[in-house]
Design a protein around this ligand. Sequence first.
Ligand code: NAP
Length: 308
Amino acid sequence: MGELRVAIVGFGKIARDQHVPAIAATPGVTLAAVASRNASLPGLPHFATIEELLQDGPEIDAVALCTPPQVRRQQAVAALKAGKHVMLEKPPGAAVTELDPLIALAAEQRRTLFATWHSRYAPAVEPARAWLAERRITRVQINWKEDVRVWHPGQSWIWEPGGLGVFDPGINALSILTRILPARVFVTAAELSFPSNRAAPIAADLTLTDTSGLPIAAAFDFRQTGPQSWDIIVDTESEQLVLSRGGARMAAGGQTLVEAPDEEYPGLYRRFVELATDGSSDVDLLPLQLVADAFLLGSRHIVEPFED
Ligand code: NAP
């Protein structure tokens, strides 16, 4: 296969911050066009919608859908039907059940559907998985607390149905958790805090476990000011593992074992190129299923209104 010519659809924060530099840094991928209603990139063909891109745009092989989750399914259908490979930003959808028909369509079209979990490509995640595989785990605590005003300024979609609220970052922690633990986990209880004027939670406390009864707790909060935390702490029979900075740093027994700069998105694009060479798909729904179960099992609390 030659260069994978990719168009970015939905040119917002993640497209600018990560996709553009990652494409530029990855051999075998070229940015060929942008489709976004209000944004463009100088020097590149621009279209307001994915339909216009597919109809009038330059030759492309793939699209990277960087729009909010609520609108991605329809865009993915349009792209797959036009014979394009599809990279989905996380979360892969606004609902769990919308994904199976997409997976089937990709298979039918012999095109790649890649549901990305960027946090799994953080440098300490695979080392943590390998380290934990050799030890008996006794407890897990996730602390994922960030200031929504800093990280998601003006992103109204995050507060709408399907926008996930605090689970938008929280699902990243769950994507790491489900990668580093050897056994499959499930949710047993959740406490969800909804601002009185919003349709999505601003904070969530989850209780999870596995078939051996491992205690796992997750605290997600969008109201954090001051120091931010993206930490997973795993107690084992011997030392404690601390995976911090969203998976960029790993320490065990008080010693730093991995500390490396962020390389998540170049990793995603390398994987996308690999998948697209034979049109295979990579879709793991487990993190989204855990979030859906938190909504199913969650006790709801109404908290003070949130204004951006
Ligand atoms: P964003 O800044 O709001 O960008 C999304 C873009 O999609 C918007 O700028 C908008 O561009 C377009 N869009 C919005 N609503 C649309 C609609 N109804 N129909 C069509 N296009 C629409 O959001 P983001 O932070 O980049 O997040 C996008 C996705 O990436 C989310 O799923 C998020 O979870 C994921 N992500 C974000 C981050 C992060 O740090 N921000 C990190 C990792 C992953 P136009 O107005 O020009 O159409």
